[in-house]
Ligand binder design. Structure first.
Ligand SMILES: *Cc1c(COP(=O)(O)O)cnc(C)c1O
Length: 371
């Protein structure tokens, strides 16, 4: 039986839904919104995104270059530590560079200023607003991400144009408000000397229940209070629910429960399922036992734990059935890997007129060339 290859599908219509919301927020709040490329780097769609956003945010030289080459607008970069060669490369790639420690500011700041690059420091407001996901909490005890007030070095102040914090993950604007309160208390005395503040990502702005009015109010208040420009750099919110992963059943079997082996792998194609961990939404399915037929869905790798989750269906699964996982544009295509020699799913793009374009296919060579 011929089973088609799996693929990611990004939908322009759903991207536009998010982008319109973000542009409205930016206009009403008077701030600039950047794409955090870490979540989504499908550069073929950057020209579309750039019509709605002010630029891109990078985690290092490669993302900065991708942003510079394909995303018009500003390029911002942050890394917990830069090597000197990185800073030299970034001089021609970025507009803003955010350092993690005052000593990196003192070491590389003068070079950046000479090249007319705006220099910032990431601070740690030490305000945890999330429970459960410690690996996504930059304010967790012992965090290396951002400078705490106790470690702030005022000698860096003359070099600083901005302050940056990123502490949220999939959160609403109440968590931002709480964080801004902690930031103001600790760093307010420095913020008023800055030209910009960057409030990082993790704002789930495009989610249906996100309180956008409150976000707009917070941004307006900060602009008024400190007289600075405000940046937001969401990743998830830009592409939330804008993509799907189309998989197929290869085989079913039984070992104390029904099991289906798919042509996609949690470990290779959606590693956050194991890392976060979470249960990805699957169209037409229910929770275990909710519908008549419950299966454990697993990947085709040799990893025992390559399990996507337990789902139930109205009818038994059969070889060749297509299963469509939702919300697969973010933190998936940027994280895929070829462990076990796994092929990578194609990447397709559905234009607003319904036409589907294949952006990328992969082959054996993509596996071989990495090694
Ligand atoms: C991850 C990250 C973002 C984007 O976060 P999302 O949760 O995808 O919105 C923005 N800024 C920094 C510094 C990050 O590390």
């Amino acid at each position: 039986m011929h089973i088609p290859a799996p693929y990611f599908l990004i939908e322009e219509k759903k991207l536009l839904h998010n982008l319109n919301i973000l542009r409205t927020i930016a206009d009403e709040a008077g701030c600039k919104i950047l794409l955090a490329q870490k979540a989504y780097s499908i550069y073929q769609t950057y020209p579309l995104l750039a019509q709605y956003l002010a630029g891109s945010a990078a985690s290092g030289v490669y993302e900065a270059k991708l942003g510079r080459d394909y995303f018009s607008g500003e390029v911002h970069v942050f890394s917990p530590a830069f090597r000197e060669e990185d800073v030299h490369s970034l001089l021609s790639l970025c507009d803003h560079i955010v350092f993690n420690t005052p000593s990196q500011v003192l070491r590389y700041g003068p070079l950046c200023k000479q090249a007319s690059i705006s220099v910032g420091l990431r601070v740690n407001p030490e305000c945890s607003t999330q429970e459960g996901h410690a690996i996504y909490d930059p304010c967790a005890p012992g965090s290396r991400l951002g400078t705490t007030i106790a470690n702030f070095d005022e000698n860096a102040l003359p070099l600083l144009d901005g302050l940056h914090f990123h502490t949220l993950c999939e959160q609403n604007s109440d968590a931002l408000e709480e964080t801004v309160r902690a930031f103001r208390e600790k760093f307010g005395k420095y913020a008023c000397r800055m030209r910009w503040l960057n409030l990082g990502g993790g704002h789930h702005i495009t989610r249906a229940d996100y309180d956008r009015a409150r976000l707009i109010r917070i941004v307006r208040e900060l602009r008024k209070e400190y007289g600075t420009e405000i940046y937001l750099e969401p990743g998830e919110a830009v592409v939330l629910n804008a993509g799907t992963l189309h998989a197929h059943v290869l085989e079913t079997m039984h070992n104390s429960l029904d099991i289906a082996i798919l042509d996609v792998s949690a470990a290779c194609h959606m590693p956050d399922v194991l890392e976060m961990p979470y249960r990805p939404p699957l169209q037409g399915s229910g929770m275990p036992k909710e519908k008549a037929y419950t299966y454990r869905l697993g990947g085709p790798t040799c990893l025992a734990g390559d399990i996507i989750g337990d789902y139930s269906f109205d009818t038994p699964l059969r070889e060749g059935d297509e299963l469509v996982f939702d919300d697969m544009a973010l933190y998936t295509m940027v994280k895929t890997n070829t462990f076990n020699g796994m092929p990578l799913p194609d990447i397709r793009f559905e234009h607003i007129n319904g036409q589907v374009e294949i952006l990328r296919t992969f082959s054996y060579e993509d596996f071989r060339s990495r090694l």
